[in-house]
Write a protein that binds this ligand. Structure first.
Ligand SMILES: [Zn+2]
Length: 155
């Protein structure tokens, strides 16, 4: 595995252990060239997924990319790292079991939002505001007001 810091190819595995309740193997790696340390995860990949972007372009599903956007939404939220890993694996498993390997990016966004909504409202709002790309402040206010439970008077 190539070192992400200096590009050296021959990095060493210092430690391997099961993670995410034995769904993956976490490896701590060390680069002898620059001294850099990084972590890799080994996981079962049931199917190769393809994302259909809104402009019609296709690209390979990138778990890391999705994970990054989820982690940004969850920044400084009181959620255990293990829980986040489980959540991401759960989303990927859901995507893999959709029945079609070509998945519209919109559908992935919806699944991520649905999952975040169950875990953390703040993260959900953050993710949704980026994902839905609110044009005007009013759109955002409307979205947030819809999150509040409807009182009987409003009905
Ligand atoms: Zn290196």
């Amino acid at each position: 595995m190539r070192c992400p810091f200096c590009g050296h190819i021959d990095t060493q595995v210092k430690d391997s252990r099961p993670a995410e309740e034995h769904v993956s193997i976490r490896r701590r790696r060390f680069c002898p060239a620059c001294g850099g340390r990084f972590t890799t995860y080994e996981r079962v990949q049931l199917r190769d997924l393809v994302v259909i972007k809104s402009n019609g372009r296709r690209e390979d599903f990138d778990r890391t990319k999705m994970e990054r956007s989820i982690r940004i939404a969850l920044q400084k939220r009181p959620i255990e790292p293990e829980r986040i890993e489980q959540m991401i694996s759960g989303i990927v498993r859901r995507l893999e079991s959709l029945g079609d390997t070509d998945i519209p990016s919109k559908q992935i966004g919806e699944i991520v939002m649905e999952t975040l909504a169950r875990i953390d409202t703040v993260a959900y709002v953050r993710f949704a505001s980026v994902y839905k790309n609110f044009q005007a402040a009013g759109d955002f206010d409307k979205f947030v007001s819809e999150l509040r439970p409807v009182s009987p008077i409003d009905k």
